[in-house]
Design a protein around this ligand. Structure first.
Ligand code: LMR
Length: 400
């Protein structure tokens, strides 16, 4: 091998869209690909609570020394409490090994490395469909990947019977990846009864749940969004949880997330943490401090915390409003079709049902960028782009 004969890799299906969008000269182009929140001005702003936390840090931070391998300790406590809720955290803190990670993706990859080393041969079962990068992350770490049925295109929702039947047949010791809320890309989450059933199945059959919790606060609220996680954690002895503050604190590029390893006994947590630290040391040594320090400052300061809750609620409500507007805009243009599913879906995304040919038409003919498979980032719509996008979607639907 020489560097000069390496062939190009394909563009990333999500982040590659943003690159293509940047190079698109058309003035009315719209990027509804990557999952980032936009305000009415089309910007992805720094939250005010973060701006104030920056000021606090600017005044109080005295060193840029390395963070510990597992990250800033206060951040770990805050991240676990946020994901698990104060009650569970108080009850089970000794069983939770927490590690600060570079975003949710970092947490997934470190968890995957842990699985490959300590559950060699165990398959990781992913829902169909799932976030584009899940397969890549687990495969790159050397974990075999399998799929379980999740979404039913006919009902545009989760098919609990097929889902639970499939989970009954996952071999003991394998790993099942579950989106805690705001399923990416479909926006369709199981109901409370299905989560209870999945918890019973996991406990009886003996597979390990690996929860991806990247959209906490964007579904029904911080506490509501963790209820499915708590339902399952009440039933299973062990779990992995990947969390992210990219979306709910708007800290995308600061790469702030955490890996929570929940062990059966407190005695098991420390050895797991020590192995996670060994994995991190050889990957990136120790995590960047700044974003986690900002998150810690917000979560640990009552005034900033309240401000954050308000800003998060504003983002959630804006997305809900965008769902209503998109559904109404499409229904006005195509009254014979039902678009109520757009309002029912949760989180940033709407799974539109557009075919790949229609997705290509949108990009090539209209400059509207959405992810292959038909995922639309509803959080990226503004009043200024709404009509154009609705017209473009209708034209795409009529194109094939
Ligand atoms: C997305 O799904 O668009 C986000 O999670 C961003 C990413 O890294 O893909």
């Amino acid at each position: 091998m020489t560097l000069s004969n390496i062939a190009s890799a394909p563009a990333d299906p999500i982040l590659g869209l943003t690159e293509a969008f940047r190079h698109d000269p058309r003035p009315d182009k719209v990027n509804l690909g990557v999952g980032v929140f936009m305000n009415e001005q089309g910007a992805t702003p720094v939250l005010e609570c973060i701006r104030r936390a920056e000021r606090v840090l600017w005044e109080t931070e005295r060193t840029k020394n390395y963070a510990p391998i597992s990250g800033i300790p206060e951040f770990g406590v805050e991240a676990a409490r946020l994901a698990l809720g104060p009650d569970f955290h108080q009850l089970a803190a000794g069983r939770v090994a927490v590690t600060q990670t570079p975003g949710g993706t970092g947490a997934l990859r470190i968890g995957a490395e842990l699985l490959r080393q300590f559950r060699p041969g165990a398959a990781v079962w992913l829902p169909t469909p799932t976030w584009e990068n899940h397969k890549g992350v687990f495969t790159a770490a050397g974990c075999p990947v399998k799929e379980y049925p999740y979404y039913d295109a006919a009902t545009r929702g989760v098919e609990p019977e097929a889902l639970c039947q499939a989970l009954e047949h996952v071999p003991a010791g394998d790993v099942v990846l579950l989106h805690v809320c705001c399923h990416n890309p479909t926006g369709a989450d199981p109901d409370a009864a299905a989560w209870t059933r999945m918890g019973d199945i996991a406990a009886r059959v003996g597979w390990l749940p690996f929860f991806d919790f990247a959209y906490q606060g964007f579904g029904d609220g911080l506490a509501e969004d963790r209820s499915s996680l708590l339902t399952m954690l009440a039933k299973v002895p062990e779990a992995l949880v990947s969390t992210s503050l990219s979306k709910n604190m708007g800290l995308y590029g600061e790469r702030v997330g955490a890996l929570l390893a929940i062990t059966e006994t407190p005695a098991a947590a420390q050895p797991v943490l020590s192995q996670i630290k060994r994995i991190i040391r050889t990957l990136y040594s120790n995590p960047p401090r700044h974003g986690a320090a900002l998150a810690c400052t917000v979560l640990g300061n009552p005034e900033l915390h309240d401000l954050w809750l308000q800003e998060l609620e504003d983002m959630r409500l804006r997305i809900a409003g965008n769902r209503q507007r998109l559904a109404a805009g499409l229904a006005n243009r195509l009254p014979e079709r039902d678009f109520a599913f757009i309002v029912r879906q949760k989180g940033m995304f709407s799974f539109s049902g557009l075919t790949d040919a229609q997705v290509n038409f949108l990009r090539e003919e209209k400059g509207v960028y959405i992810v292959k498979g038909g995922r639309i980032n509803v959080a990226g719509l503004t009043q200024g782009t709404l009509d154009y996008v609705c017209d473009a979607i209708v034209a795409a639907m009529r194109s094939s």
